[in-house]
Design a protein around this ligand. Structure first.
Ligand code: DX5
Length: 222
């Protein structure tokens, strides 16, 4: 499968979010990721469904919401209404994970499960029938611009093996410190979706960054 490049708009110019979404779409990104943070699950506060809905009106590229929030199940309908086709939740924030994963699909979205560096893979081994994407975090959630944790590469490989053994069609995404110097490791370990924020914004253009990151992921893929 062609690796997917998914920018996080965490580093975007929040005074020009719509224009940045249009520029990312023109650059050929596969989806746009919205890091929704509530200041409780992580010590940071970002955007909610109304901001996402506003940007939904100005571009067509798919949106995914990465909910770093306590009790995310209470807001799930809002992210569906805002136009997210995929919503990613952290199991540590869920009172009933199995129910929540099914509920995301009932709302018409695909289900993603994010595993922080300290969260083991086995928390989702009995829910793979309800999961469309596994996100192995390669930083601790809360902020962009952190350093990539190469110690997560064995976990990425284990996730790839779990997906292969399950027979389910599940994307394997990585997020955190992904850039030209780090994307090769997770790609070689079996990741096929790559979230990049600050590194993508450092390229001379989004198009150059998307093309370079995609080429590096293809070159390193097993
Ligand atoms: C952490 C965020 C970041 C963001 C990407 O909670 O999820 O990982 O998406 O940030 P960079 O690419 O700057 O590490």
């Amino acid at each position: 499968m062609q690796p997917k490049i998914v920018p996080s708009v965490l580093p975007a110019d929040y005074a020009r979010l719509g224009e940045d979404c249009q520029a990312l779409e023109a650059a050929g990104v596969d989806r746009i990721q919205w890091d929704a943070m509530d200041g409780m699950f992580v010590p940071n506060l970002t955007f909610g469904p109304d901001v996402i809905a506003a940007c939904r009106r100005v571009c067509d590229v798919a949106f995914e919401a990465h909910l770093m929030c306590e009790r995310p199940e209470e807001l799930l309908p809002r992210y569906a209404e805002a136009g997210c086709e995929l919503t990613i939740v952290h199991p540590e924030t869920l009172r009933q994970p199995h129910w929540t994963y099914a509920h995301i699909r009932e709302l018409g979205m695909r289900t993603g499960v994010a595993l922080s560096p300290g969260t083991p893979l086995d928390v989702i081994e009995h829910c793979l029938d309800l999961v469309d994407l596994i996100l192995v975090m390669t930083v601790n959630p809360g902020f962009g611009g952190q350093s990539y944790l190469a110690t997560m590469e064995p976990k990425i490989a284990q996730a790839r093996a779990m997906i292969a053994a399950s027979g389910y069609d599940i994307e394997l995404e990585v997020d955190g410190g992904i850039g030209p110097d780090t994307i090769g490791g997770p790609a070689a370990a079996g990741a096929d979706v790559f979230v990049s924020g600050s590194a993508l914004w450092r390229y001379p253009s989004f198009a150059e960054g998307v093309a370079d990151l995609r080429a590096r992921a293809i070159a390193a893929a097993p």
